[in-house]
Design a protein around this ligand. Structure first.
Ligand SMILES: CCCCCCCCCCCCC[C@H](O)CC(=O)SCCNC(=O)CCNC(=O)[C@H](O)C(C)(C)COP(=O)(O)OP(=O)(O)OC[C@H]1O[C@@H](n2cnc3c(N)ncnc32)[C@H](O)[C@@H]1OP(=O)(O)O
Length: 719
């Protein structure tokens, strides 16, 4: 796990060998301890270079080890002993030096980085802090303000920025090990005392308290409810105000409070969930690592509404030539200007030139005959989409992939009107598509494995987190949204207000509460869907009992809000009021309060005091319950996929893991008991009836989330 070689007769070259990222597992720590002892005790050795195999210095502590008992040499004393050694040690940083990897580099007396390397202390993103001396050494090296920013955000820096900040001593484009060995030879005669960071005094800004206060306030606003960034601030404060020996104790104490916290577990779960999500398998056995995706050089986007524009930008900025189609000249011109503006702003932010030459705008579908892939993003209307797919099927060459950006319609029905159902797939982007990281890849029963591989790989190329899901109304994300938002509107009937519910959900950590989100998305979208499905509007049978539709409970309040022309932010009124149409500053509206009071008195509902806990339980357990049904229906392959979708598509707080992880943390027995309780109180709400899978898991002793799949295995997969 650490290879030892003697090079240039007197330099010990220690290579970490733990692919893929050379993480500091117990075996690697053991290897470092052994090889360092050998180097320090061999009189032939005058200097040491530490590097990592396969072009990566070190990706930090082995995160998988955090879940079990700690074995092997502890990292902190091991690193302290490297720094204290009497022979110069040089870190040769290639690829990454992250977390414990950078902490290892910081105890080396010199650091040489390759020009393409990235460095950082990302522990905060895992709910932790850099607890192998990072919070004490980095401020001593680069000062409090810069260290505070890097440690509290977990941001990676390029080697060029690291050089400017003073983190590394030299950046090279050559072989970094060879450069480091030469450097080490030159360092042999030089004194080491000034190179031991723990012995340096911290350059302390005069306004330390004001700085720490400002950063704390920023964190409370941006990373609401998260413990780790605040603990990082306290650790850096210790570096500024205490000698190293005390600061390091404070660092360990703060780490101890974070280490076993639910937030750390959730964030580490998210780290692995995100990586697992891309690994799809079909019932046929075809899977992500044995199916070659097609190369996509050219694409077309049909429809230049909000979604189409964002999709066109996402494609063009990764070098794919795009033909954008609109049906009307005026709409096409507006779309063209918007896409060009978005692409230019995006390029400016990234410091690259905008790839405007890759864009073409047209009114004719005929222009699409030679593209590799088409993404349809027209209005959410099945008849219209079918017409488009029929035309595409006639026009495009037989090998062109046909994708739909539908947010919930039947992808297989679209496949059915084409001559190539195996090349049809859903690519469900989230709005705004050039910003949101999530892509649901909706696999129809006839989508071929090559088509799935191509859509997944295209998602990755567009820097999306892509999740393969099965085909059912609403797929995963929007299907789960219904029970969640239904609970919120039922709570309005019973006595809650939109602002109360939103505050509870936002305090839980959601980026936006359900009503604010609905105002942003536009209330008319759901209204149209409800009208089309006969839940509201003129087609509803007047004999239908009030507040019941299709044999179950129905809350007409959202329809009543829409009937008043209140469609959300775009009309300046929705669940809230805004300064103007398009405004974003939501204020409670007395008219909504009146509407709710009138509604309750019309139906004889006596409003009651609803607790925050009830709001959380009913909204989130209904959400997770549908997630269990999605798992048993085989629409998502694993709970991790659902959680990734909710985090990246619906603003679920990452430090809570996602709806399924949250349910597992609360305890499945409690989720089951609460659902049973609420279903008893509302027997006409089927979404509250506990799913068979939830019951089965509880009956099996509530296994950890990573084991749920074993209980779903026998069920049918729709992927
Ligand atoms: C009361 C009790 C008190 C107890 C106190 C206990 C004290 C314990 C003391 C600990 C000392 C602290 C040490 C340190 O401060 C803590 C850390 O270092 S935490 C780790 C910090 N590092 C990171 O966050 C980096 C994470 N990795 C990445 O960002 C990326 O993987 C990468 C390195 C940039 C590479 O990216 P890619 O090339 O895209 O590759 P992947 O991301 O797909 O990864 C490939 C593969 O590797 C797995 N992996 C990556 N990093 C780690 C890791 N650090 N540990 C384990 N595994 C890792 C990843 O999951 C992928 O696996 P695969 O999917 O292929 O199975």
């Amino acid at each position: 796990m650490a290879r030892y070689e003697l090079v240039k007769r007197s330099v010990a070259l220690i290579t970490l060998t733990n692919p893929p990222v050379n993480s500091l597992s117990s075996a690697v720590r053991h290897g470092i301890a052994k090889t360092m002892d050998r180097a320090l005790s061999d009189p032939k050795v005058t200097a040491v270079v530490i590097c990592g195999e396969n072009g990566r210095f070190c990706g930090g502590a082995d995160i998988r080890e955090f879940a079990g008992p700690m074995r092997g040499p502890p990292l902190l004393p091991l690193l302290d002993s490297i720094e204290a050694g009497e022979k110069p040690v040089v870190a040769a940083i290639e690829g990454v030096a992250l977390g414990g990897g950078l902490e290892l580099a910081l105890v080396c007396h010199y650091r040489i980085a390759h020009s393409k390397a990235r460095l950082g202390l990302p522990e905060v993103t895992l709910g932790l802090l850099p607890a192998a001396g990072g919070t004490q050494r980095l401020p001593r090296l680069i000062g409090i303000p810069a260290a505070l920013e890097l440690i509290t955000t977990g941001r990676h820096v390029s080697s060029q920025e690291a050089l400017k900040l003073g983190i590394v001593d030299q950046v090279t484009e050559q072989n970094v090990c060879e450069v480091a060995v030469e450097f080490a030879l030159r360092a042999v005669a030089k004194p080491l005392s000034s190179r031991r960071l723990s012995a340096l005094t911290v350059p302390c800004p005069p306004d330390l308290d004001a700085l720490l206060e400002a950063v704390t306030m920023q964190i409370q606003k941006k990373a609401r409810g998260m413990m780790a960034p605040l603990a990082c601030v306290q650790a850096v404060r210790a570096a500024a105000t205490m000698p190293y020996s005390q600061g390091i104790k404070r660092e360990s104490e703060l780490m101890a409070t974070l280490f076993n916290s639910g937030q750390a577990r959730a964030l580490q779960y998210c780290f692995f969930a995100e990586r697992t999500a891309g690994k799809w398998t079909l019932p046929s056995g075809a899977q992500w690592n044995d199916t070659k995706p097609r190369e996509i050089r050219s694409a077309a986007v049909i429809g230049l509404g909000t979604m189409g524009r964002g999709i066109a930008v996402s494609l063009a900025r990764v070098g794919i030539s795009v033909i954008a189609v609109e049906s009307d000249k005026k709409l096409m011109e507006t779309g063209r200007q918007m896409v060009i503006g978005m692409l230019e702003r995006d390029a400016k932010r990234r410091g690259v030139s905008a790839s405007l030459n890759l864009l073409k705008f047209t009114l004719s579908l005929q222009d699409l005959k030679d593209v590799d892939l088409v993404i349809e993003a027209v209005f959410e209307d099945m008849a219209l989409k079918k017409r488009v797919f029929q035309e595409l099927s006639k026009l495009c060459r037989p090998t062109t992939l046909l994708c739909s950006n539908t947010s919930g319609l039947d992808v297989d029905a679209l496949a059915g009107v084409t001559d190539r159902p195996q090349l049809v797939i859903g690519m469900h982007f989230f709005s705004p598509a050039h910003v949101m990281k999530l892509l649901e890849v909706v696999c129809g029963p006839r989508s071929s494995s090559e088509t799935i591989a191509t859509a997944m790989s295209l998602g990755k190329r567009m820097e999306k987190v892509s999740v393969a899901v099965g085909n059912c109304p609403g797929f995963v994300g929007n299907r789960m949204l219904k029970p969640y938002s239904d609970q919120a509107t039922f709570l309005l009937e019973e006595g809650a207000t939109p602002e109360q519910i939103d505050k509870v959900l936002e305090d839980f950590g959601f980026a936006m509460g359900v009503f604010r989100m609905s105002d942003l998305a536009g209330l008319d979208v759901g209204w149209r869907v409800r009208k089309e499905s006969g839940l509201t509007g003129p087609d509803v049978d007047p004999k239908n009992p009030p507040r019941r539709r299709q044999g179950r409970k129905y809350c007409p309040i959202p329809d009543m809000v829409c009937e008043q022309g209140r469609f959300g932010q775009k009309t300046g009124r929705g669940w809230y009021m805004y300064d103007k149409p398009g405004g974003t500053n939501a204020k409670p509206d007395p008219l909504i309060q009146n509407l709710l009071e009138t509604y309750r008195s019309r139906y004889g509902i006596k409003p009651r005091n609803i607790t925050d806990q009830e709001i959380i339980d009913r909204c989130l357990f209904a959400l997770a319950n549908e997630g269990f049904r999605i798992l048993e229906d085989g629409i998502a392959a694993r709970p991790e996929d659902i959680d990734v979708i909710y985090q990246f598509g619906y603003g679920f707080p990452r430090h809570r893991g996602g709806p399924m992880f949250y349910a597992s943390m609360v305890g499945l027995e409690r989720v089951l008991e609460r659902l049973e309780h609420y279903h008893q109180a509302h027997p006409d709400v089927p979404h509250l009836e506990p799913s068979p899978l939830l019951k089965k898991l509880v009956a099996c002793g509530s296994p950890p989330i990573q084991k749920w799949r074993e209980h779903i295995k026998t069920m049918h997969s729709h992927l």
